[in-house]
Design a protein around this ligand. Structure first.
Ligand code: B4P
Length: 213
C-alpha cells in the first residue's frame, strides 16, 4: 500500500508518519528530510537548495521529482511508501501519478491533516528534532517528551527554517501551491480529511482506523 500524507507546514505530517510506520509495513519518505540530507552532505543539489529552504520557499519540482523517482523505482520500496510532504505542487502530483503508473503502483490512501493557522505557529516555533534518531518533538507543547528523550542533549536541534519570519512565507507558499493539490485529490474515494488540531495519539488512532479498513 502507498499512502500520501498532506497538510500545511507544521500540521504533523512527519510526526504522524513516524507513528504510523511503527504498526504498518511502510517506509516514511519525507521530501523535507531528503532535501535537508542533500544540504548536510554538501552535494551539488544541496548547495543549490540551502538558501531556498532557509527562506521558506519550495524547492523546484525538477529537483524534488528527480529525488523521488530514485525512491519510487527502488524495488525494496515498492508499494510500501508513506509520502510525507510530497506532492506539494500540482506538477508534483501529476508526476507522481505518472511515475507510479509506469511502475505498476498506485496510491491507496490520501490523508489530509487539517490544522488551524494559530496552532501551526506554536508547533513550528517549538519543534525540536533529534539528529541521532530523527524523532520530532516540541519544547512548547510537550516539554516532558523532550526532557525524557533518551539520546544525548547535543543531538537535539532546531531547524533553521523554523522562525517567525519564515513561517509566513511557508504558509503563503502552501496556500498558493499546495491547495491546488488538495483540490486535485479531494473528490477521490480514498481521500480522507482528518482533524489535525487535537492530540498526537488521537490523530494517530484515527489514521490507523482508516488504514486498517
Ligand atoms: P517539511 O520537512 O515537510 O516540514 P513541515 O511541513 O514544516 O512539517 P510537518 O508537517 O512534517 O510537521 P511535524 O510533524 O514536524 O518541509 C520543509 C521544507 O522543505 C519546505 O518548506 C520546503 O522548502 C522543502 N520541501 C519539502 N518537501 C518539498 C516538496 N515536495 N517540494 C518542494 N519543496 C519541498 O510537526 C511540527 C511540530 O508540531 C513538531 O514539533 C511536533 O512535535 C508538533 N506536533 C505535531 N503534531 C502535533 C499535535 N497533534 N499536537 C501537538 N504537537 C504536535
Amino acid at each position: 500500500m502507498n499512502v500520501i500524507i498532506l497538510g500545511s507546514p507544521g500540521s504533523g505530517k512527519g510526526t504522524q508518519s513516524q507513528n504510523i510506520i511503527k504498526n504498518f509495513q511502510l517506509l516514511q519518505v519525507s521530501t523535507g528530510d531528503l532535501l535537508r540530507n542533500e544540504i548536510k552532505e554538501k552535494s551539488e543539489i544541496g548547495k543549490k537548495i540551502e538558501k531556498i529552504i532557509d527562506q521558506g520557499d519550495l524547492v523546484s519540482d525538477e529537483i524534488v521529482n528527480k529525488l523521488l523517482k530514485n525512491v519510487i523505482t527502488n524495488d525494496k520500496n515498492r508499494n510500501k511508501i508513506i509520502f510525507d510532504g510530497y506532492p506539494r505542487t500540482f506538477n508534483q502530483a501529476k508526476t507522481l501519478e505518472i511515475m507510479l503508473n509506469e511502475d505498476n503502483q498506485s496510491i491507496n490512501f490520501i490523508l489530509y491533516l487539517n490544522v488551524s493557522r494559530e496552532i501551526i505557529e506554536k508547533r513550528i516555533l517549538g519543534r525540536i528534532i533529534c539528529e541521532k534518531c530523527n524523532r520530532t518533538m516540541n519544547e512548547y507543547l510537550n516539554k516532558e517528551e523532550v526532557d525524557r528523550h533518551g539520546c544525548e542533549k547535543k543531538y537535539l536541534v532546531k531547524r533553521k527554517d523554523d522562525n517567525e519570519e519564515t513561517i509566513i512565507t511557508r504558509y503563503e507558499e502552501y496556500i498558493k501551491k499546495t491547495k491546488p493539490v488538495l483540490d486535485f485529490y479531494s473528490s477521490r474515494s480514498y481521500f480522507h480529511q482528518i482533524d489535525g488540531n487535537g492530540k498526537i495519539q488521537v490523530i494517530t488512532d484515527k489514521i490507523e482506523q482508516i488504514l486498517r479498513v
